[in-house]
Design a protein around this ligand. Structure first.
Ligand code: ZN
Length: 303
């Protein structure tokens, strides 16, 4: 199924080039009927975690989290798509303290930016800096741009990313990036300019030399459920050292292959981890501990 058809099937709308319409999945106001979790139990180091999920975009985030905990996933990092998304995630975090981390940002897959919207998300970031774990999802558009223009990033996109990177540097937060293909090397350069030392290049697609430069600067790179079926992602999993690798679902993104027909969710992470461990020829527990430790470094201890 083509991506556009799959998006339609899962209720994802493309509005003015934006892939993410926060209410399209029937997301409800966070905090409505979400029970408290009672905190962590057991050994968290023996658990998996999901480094990038759009938790507020599920119709029932509570059920998604319950399935994650039952599957051995101990922590999820939820990324925002706009100001309303930030508010919903903040309410969810307050109900699941210690097991849900949140990032505030403005999803970059769009063709135009509303400065008021950018300022609203930046203001929320400043106002809730004590509760926000990271800045994201931010970065550059790729899929929203016409194919012939994908090698020329809109100047506006660079300005907006710079504003978020400056905030991250000032507040000492890591950055969760959507920056693929031509956007990846530019994002790396903007990180350096802003003095941001901890970033996660989520679901990275980039040339081997760009990947090398990202890794040389100490940033983290993740693989998604695509690693079960795409050689491109399997190659990426092999190339990223254990000390810089993260796992994510980007849920509720609709993947193909064995996952076709179901929105992704954090409970799938152990299956992603098993596939990556097999590719690297290591024990699943070794990978799990490494990925957990990477999360602690990325999030400066909030995991
Ligand atoms: Zn995402």
């Amino acid at each position: 199924m083509a991506a556009r058809e799959r998006n339609a099937a899962f209720g994802l709308r493309q509005v003015t080039g934006a892939f993410f319409a926060p209410d399209a999945m029937g997301a409800r106001g966070a905090g409505e009927g979400l029970p408290g979790d009672g905190g962590r139990d057991g050994s968290m180091a023996d658990m998996w975690w999901d480094a990038h999920v759009h938790l507020d975009r599920y119709a029932d985030p509570e059920a998604v989290l319950a399935r994650a905990w039952a599957a051995g996933v101990g922590f999820v990092l939820a990324v925002a798509t706009d100001a309303a998304s930030c508010r919903r995630l903040l309410a969810i975090k307050r109900r699941f303290s210690g097991r849900v981390g949140i990032a505030f940002g403005l999803h970059p897959e769009r063709t135009s930016w509303n400065r008021d919207e950018v300022d609203a998300v930046l203001a929320l970031l400043e106002a809730h800096a004590g509760e926000v774990d990271a800045v994201g999802e931010v970065g550059f558009p790729h899929y929203a741009l016409p194919e012939a223009e994908r090698d020329r990033l809109p100047h506006e996109a660079i300005e907006v990313l710079d504003a978020f990177l400056d905030a991250a540097a000032r507040l000492d937060k890591p950055v969760l990036l959507h920056a693929v293909y031509h956007g990846a090397p530019v994002a790396l350069e903007r990180l350096r300019r802003a003095g941001v030392a901890r970033a996660h290049f989520h679901w990275l697609k980039a040339a081997p030399d760009v990947l090398k430069r990202i890794l040389a600067e100490g940033h983290f790179v993740s693989v998604t459920p695509d690693v079960l079926m795409r050689s491109r992602d399997q190659e990426l999993a092999r190339r990223v050292p254990l000390t810089q690798l993260l796992l994510e679902t980007d849920g509720p993104w609709p993947f193909d292959g064995p996952f076709c027909g179901r929105p992704a969710e954090p409970a799938w992470i152990p299956r992603v981890g098993a596939a990556v461990a097999a590719l690297k020829g290591i024990d699943g527990a070794v990978l799990r501990r490494a990925v957990w430790e990477n999360g602690r470094r990325l999030l400066n201890g909030s995991l």
